[in-house]
Design a protein around this ligand. Sequence first.
Ligand code: ADP
Ligand code: ADP
Length: 234
Amino acid sequence: MPLLKLQEITRQYKSGQIRVNALKGISLTVEEGEFVSIMGPSGSGKSTLLNIIGCLDRPTSGTYELAGQRIENLSDSRLADIRNRFIGFVFQSFHLIPDLDAQANVELPLIYRGMGARERRFRAVQALEAVGLAERRHHRPSQLSGGEQQRVAIARALVGDPKVILADEPTGALDSRSGRNIMAIFQQLNRERGITIVQVTHEKDIACYGRRIVYLLDGQVEREEILEDPQVAF
Ligand code: ADP
Ligand code: ADP
């Protein structure tokens, strides 16, 4: 059973009289344990697709199964459950809360689950250790470099034990060395823990850390490429 199975997904945005067909029939299957990069020019539908994969948005038509579960007709609260159970998100601009230290940022998803403080702290420190930042757990975002902030964001994505991490331009705000560091963490999580990674990027250099590249053009899959020798970041 594939982890993600999208068939003939369309997404039309309507604003007043204007309709934009952002996705025009996308079919995509991702097996558990894959590392997939989605590439394409600005406006090709990458973020729209990632939002649908992440259950943040619903398709206009088509079917989507996540871990065998059809998601199109689920209620918003069931969708939120599935999202919390299976998916970790990483964004270009980190989306950390400035007034909270790294550990408290990482604990947030666990607070929403109603987990007790001791268990939360244990898991948050473990997740920060996985990204090499345990010793900075009491730093606030403003006291961390961009690369370190993104590592905190990855720890926050990891702390709920997701099956898949969805990353939208995860290196877009970083210099190339920090970006490579983020790719090293993704490759390690993918290889050592079997976490599926789906990342959106417009940079070929970054896409090449994945094993498969899906090229979008104008809301459709233009082609796919399997890399026999993906770039190794560490
Ligand atoms: P990408 O991530 O590849 O840049 P997007 O998925 O953001 O592409 O956008 C695909 C198309 O859908 C673009 O034409 C964009 O302007 C349009 N679009 C995206 N989000 C919205 C929205 N909320 N309302 C209207 N149009 C949108
Ligand atoms: P990024 O490249 O950083 O992902 P995008 O331009 O793809 O940024 O989109 C940022 C946000 O703006 C997304 O939530 C997207 O849905 C929304 N958006 C993109 N294009 C439009 C548009 N034409 N009208 C309204 N919202 C849009």
